[in-house]
Design a protein around this ligand. Structure first.
Ligand SMILES: Cc1cc2nc3c(=O)[nH]c(=O)nc-3n(C[C@H](O)[C@H](O)[C@H](O)COP(=O)(O)OP(=O)(O)OC[C@H]3O[C@@H](n4cnc5c(N)ncnc54)[C@H](O)[C@@H]3O)c2cc1C
Length: 467
């Protein structure tokens, strides 16, 4: 995977003039006021340093930026929020979409149409006013575009409704030839299949339209037990969740929360094992269902309650400000007693680890079913996603990577054969064919050849154009 084309020369002022004239947004070269601010990403250990930022305000700006990149033979990287960007993108044209963040809710048709720069908190808030909910992720500041194009595992409604990508109705996309295309099942069936799961490999999405659901409230939150009870809680959760209906979405996380101001109280500085609950049903049924978990041990904190959908970010209670960290995830095809023992050994009370979070999400249900219009999401049929997160400054990066590797490598005997692109470390040398599986990858590569034969969109987990 290439995140830098360091051999590319800087862009000259005279080269950039036509781009500046064509773009309503900002065109920023190194040294320009505002360039350094654009370099920031969510992970404090990394920052971008491209040849130019184009802070786009419209699809026409994106077209101008892509056309410029094509003429200069430069790669293009899209930055929505920078949640999954590591690497400096030397020599590249980075298109920042954050100003294109319109959110329009159609309460009658139950859809949202959002600009490429929208983040989940904006959609959740506006949809909730109409009693509706999207298939958002755990963190309110994650971008709708990157999340949805990578599949989008919603920890609130995913088990009953499937991946966010399964509910995309249409996308507007600027392809490598600079053309703006409206992509849906009828107009561009191949691109429509590839974009939903194939992520940033096929162009720059400028807007998306997707389904919303009539879910005004949930019985939801987190039960935080002392970390010393990891073994009891993990075993009880693993035995419990398969018997629950698809309207119950749940995960478990062993957390060693650093005493950093970015970590919300009362989790700051604590060693906890947390069970996350999102139940789309009555409070009475939810309470009955969760009762066996509550009986395992006294909780340090229990936030599971009847909550308006607008408050769903409180279920995971993740940092919303940038933090220094390293994370990576895999899928599991099973999680038997031996795997549970291994996890307890590696992250339980006796473990010597720098992991701040080891998170296991239980999947299944609609996540396993092909949507009405099939797409490139690769992970159906794999019942768990496992994520390791280690936090600390760049000077400790090798140690952070080692901790994550120790956890994930120990699960190899139970690892699934495909990967969730949203959980890939941006800098891991993952083989895209192994992520998608050979057949799906072959189809992606053939569509890539049609729409991006020169591989302009290569600063990602790259699908290479078919030969
Ligand atoms: C704290 C945290 C919580 C998370 N929770 C979840 C979760 O619950 N479920 C889940 O599925 N994932 C989750 N993720 C992963 C998240 O979905 C990915 O990091 C995703 O790539 C973020 O998208 P972004 O647009 O915000 O990020 P960016 O870093 O801006 O973009 C990442 C990549 O996405 C592609 N991309 C983004 N925008 C566009 C566009 N307009 N056109 C074309 N390509 C584009 C590009 O390849 C880009 O490099 C989480 C990540 C974090 C850090």
């Amino acid at each position: 995977m290439t995140f830098s084309d360091s051999f590319l020369p800087p862009i000259l002022l005279e080269d950039i003039a036509p781009l500046v004239a064509a773009v309503a947004g900002s065109v920023l070269l190194p040294g320009d006021a505002g360039y350094d601010d654009e370099c920031a990403v969510f992970n404090l250990n990394h920052e971008l340093a491209p040849a130019v930022f184009v802070v786009a305000e419209s699809a026409a700006d994106v077209q101008a930026a892509v056309t410029f990149a094509a003429r200069q033979h430069r790669p293009v990287l899209v930055k929505t929020t920078g949640h999954q960007i590591v690497g400096q993108a030397h020599g590249a044209v980075v298109i920042a979409t954050r100003r294109m963040n319109d959110v329009a809710i159609d309460a009658v048709g139950r859809t949202a149409r959002v600009g490429a720069g929208a983040i989940w908190s904006e959609v959740v808030e506006k949809a909730a006013k109409a009693g509706l909910a999207p298939l958002n992720g755990s963190n309110p500041t994650v971008g709708v575009s990157g999340y949805t194009l990578g599949g989008g595992l919603s920890p609130t409604l995913g088990r009953s409704h499937g991946y966010a990508a399964d509910h995309v109705r249409s996308l507007d996309l600027v392809t490598a030839d600079g053309e703006l295309r409206h992509v849906d099942a009828e107009s561009e069936p191949d691109l429509f299949w590839a974009l939903r799961g194939g992520k940033g490999n096929f162009g720059v999405v400028t807007a998306l339209e997707f389904d919303l659901f009539a879910v005004p409230r949930l019985y939801a939150g987190g039960i935080y037990f002392p970390g010393e009870r990891t073994a009891d809680v993990l075993r009880a959760w693993t035995a419990w969740h398969p018997s629950t209906p698809e309207s119950m979405v749940t995960s478990i996380a062993v957390m060693r929360m650093p005493a950093m101001p970015e970590v919300p109280e009362p989790l700051r500085g604590k060693f906890l094992v947390s069970v996350r609950i999102a139940y789309n049903g009555t409070t009475a049924d939810g309470e009955r269902m969760v009762e066996p978990l509550r009986a395992v041990a006294p909780a340090v904190l229990d936030t599971v309650r009847d909550m308006p959908y607008a408050e769903v970010a409180s279920i995971h209670n993740e940092p919303t400000d940038p933090v220094p960290y390293y994370e990576r995830g895999i899928m599991l095809r099973e999680f038997p007693a031996q795997a549970q023992d291994k996890l307890i050994e590696l992250v339980g009370p006796d473990a010597d680890t720098t992991l701040v979070i080891a998170e296991l999400r239980a999947l299944g249900g609609a996540w396993d079913r092909e949507p009405a219009v099939p797409n490139a999401v690769a992970t159906r049929g794999l019942p768990y996603s496992l994520l390791g997160v280690a936090a600390g400054p760049l000077s400790q990066e090798q140690q952070l990577k080692r901790s994550v590797a120790e956890l994930l490598d120990s699960m190899k005997p139970w690892q699934g054969d495909r990967r969730c692109v949203n959980n890939l470390a941006p800098d891991e040398a993952a083989d895209a064919a192994a992520i998608y599986g050979p057949e799906r990858y072959e189809r992606l590569a053939s569509i890539k050849k049609t729409y991006d034969p020169a591989n302009m969109f290569r600063l990602n987990h790259n699908v290479k154009p078919a030969a």
